[in-house]
Design a protein around this ligand. Structure first.
Ligand SMILES: [Zn+2]
Length: 410
C-alpha cells in the first residue's frame, strides 16, 4: 500500500513527491500503521520495487487479498497521477470509516463520488460483491479496472474471460464495457461489447487508449463501437459446436441427449437457434444451448398462425434454470438488469427474422415454422442464406437496442 498513518494520526502518502532522504528520516523517528486494521506496517524504500508500506507476515488485514505486486503499485500510482493531471481531486487509498474499505483511489468528478479499484489479483467473488455493494450503498460509483494481464486474447475479436473478469463488466449507456490497464505499456485496454460464445470465450472489440491521451470521460462514459461481429459469431459457434460433439462433458452430454431424443442434431439446428443478443452476458450457458431449450420446450409446439404468450416462454426458461440445464452469470458491476432482458431481446429478434410476429407487449404469433434439415450440407446452405438475408437486421438490433419493445416484453 502507498498510504499509512503516522503515530500522530496524520496520513503519509507516497503519492506525494518525497525524496528518499526525507522518508528515511521520517522512518527513523516514527512508526506507521495501516489505516484499515491499525496494525503496524513497515515503510519499504528499496531500489528494486516502488516504495510502499507492507504488513508484517501473518497479518489478518483484509488487504492481504491484494497481494500488492510491483504491477499493482505502479499502476495505482500512474492512475492516481493521471487523475491529478486532469485537475481531478483524487485521493490515494483513502480509508472510508463508514464502509471500512479502502479503495485504491477515490475521486469526485462532475459532482459524483467514484471508487476506483485497479484489481490485479483474483479475489473471492463474495468479497468483490461485498465491496461493490458497499460502494453503491454509500453513493460511490465503483470503477473496477482489471489488470490487462488477466485478459487472454484469442483472436482479433475474441478473448478468454473467466467468471472473475465478468464481475468487472460494466454497462454504461447502451454498451458493455470492461476497462483494463497495463502499467508497463501505460495503456488502457478497453473491451467494448461482450458477446459470450461459451462460458469463457467472448466476442468483443478491444480498443487501446494510451494513458497520455485518454481522458476521464473516455473511461467513465465509453462510446459503443459497432464491429463486424456476425461473421466471427458464426465461425466461432461452429467451432464450439464441433468441440462439444467431440468432447461432451456431463452437462453437454445431457443437452446432446435432449437433442437426440427429439431427433435433432447440433450441427443442423436452424440458424434461428443460436443468435447473438445484447444482454446474453447474463447467461453463462452458450446462446445456442439456451435457445435450443426454448425451441424444444416451447417454440416447436406451435404451428404457423398460433399465438405464444410471453409468460410461457419465461416459465420454460425458469424451469431449465431450476434443473441446472441453463446457468446464469453474476454481474454485480452491471446495474439493475437481469437475464430477462436477454430472453426478451431474443424473442424480439425472432420477430425481426420473420419467424414470429408481435401481437402486443406480451404476445407473439408464429409466422412460419423453422426449417429442419436432415443433412449437414443443406443446413449450412440454409444458414448462409439466412445470415445473408438478415445480417443487417441482426447487427442493427444488437447495437441499437429497441428499449421500448424490450421494456414491454419484460
Ligand atoms: Zn491492514
Amino acid at each position: 500500500m502507498l498510504v499509512a498513518n503516522r503515530s500522530n494520526g496524520e496520513r503519509l502518502s507516497l503519492g506525494a513527491s518525497w525524496t528518499k532522504e526525507e522518508l528515511v528520516k521520517i522512518r527513523s523517528n516514527d512508526k506507521f500503521h495501516c489505516p484499515q486494521c491499525k496494525e503496524e506496517v513497515i515503510l519499504k524504500l528499496g531500489s528494486r520495487k516502488i516504495w510502499h508500506f507492507s504488513h508484517l507476515a501473518g497479518s489478518s488485514c483484509e488487504s492481504r487479498y491484494d497481494r500488492e505486486s510491483e504491477y499493482h503499485l505502479s499502476g495505482k500510482l500512474q492512475l492516481y497521477n493521471w487523475l491529478i493531471h486532469q485537475g481531478i481531486n483524487a485521493e490515494l487509498e483513502k480509508y472510508d470509516e463508514q464502509i471500512r474499505q479502502k479503495p485504491d483511489i477515490t475521486f469526485e468528478w462532475q459532482n459524483q463520488k467514484y471508487a476506483l479499484e485497479f484489481q490485479c489479483s483474483v479475489i473471492p467473488e463474495e468479497l468483490f460483491v461485498k465491496r461493490n455493494s458497499a460502494y453503491l450503498e454509500n453513493d460511490y460509483i465503483p470503477v473496477w479496472i482489471a489488470a490487462e494481464s488477466l485478459i487472454k486474447r484469442k483472436g482479433s475479436f475474441t478473448v478468454s474471460m473467466n467468471q472473475f473478469l465478468y464481475l468487472f463488466l460494466r454497462q454504461p449507456e447502451r454498451t458493455w464495457s470492461l476497462p483494463a490497464y497495463c502499467p508497463i505499456t501505460k495503456q488502457f485496454v478497453v473491451l467494448h461489447g461482450a458477446i459470450p460464445l461459451s462460458s469463457r470465450k467472448t466476442l468483443t472489440n478491444l480498443q487501446i487508449h494510451p494513458l497520455s491521451t485518454c481522458s476521464i470521460n473516455q473511461l467513465i462514459n465509453p462510446v459503443a463501437k459497432p464491429f463486424p461481429m456476425l461473421k466471427s459469431w458464426q465461425t466461432e459457434n461452429q467451432k464450439i459446436k464441433s468441440r462439444y460433439l467431440m468432447y461432451p462433458g456431463a452437462q453437454n452430454n445431457r443437452f446432446l441427449q435432449d437433442l437426440y431424443l427429439n431427433r435433432l442434431n447440433l450441427l443442423t439446428l436452424p440458424p434461428e437457434i443460436g443468435l447473438p443478443v445484447y444482454s446474453s452476458p447474463f447467461i453463462e450457458t452458450p446462446s445456442f444451448i439456451w435457445q435450443a431449450y426454448l425451441y424444444l420446450d416451447v417454440l416447436r409446439h406451435y404451428k404457423a398462425g398460433e399465438v405464444i404468450h410471453y409468460p410461457t416462454i419465461r416459465e420454460a426458461f425458469n424451469k431449465r434454470l431450476r434443473t441446472g440445464d441453463i446457468l446464469l452469470r453474476n454481474l454485480p458491476a452491471s446495474g439493475e438488469r437481469t437475464y430477462l432482458y436477454a430472453l426478451a431481446e431474443y424473442i424480439f429478434l425472432l420477430t425481426k427474422v420473420t419467424f414470429l410476429t408481435k401481437i402486443d407487449s406480451g404476445t407473439v404469433k408464429v409466422k412460419r415454422e423453422l426449417c429442419l434439415h436432415g443433412n449437414y450440407q443443406d443446413a449450412v446452405e440454409s444458414a448462409a442464406e439466412f445470415f445473408k438475408r438478415f445480417q443487417n437486421k441482426i447487427e442493427e438490433d444488437f447495437f441499437q437496442r429497441h428499449e421500448k419493445i424490450v421494456q414491454s416484453v419484460k
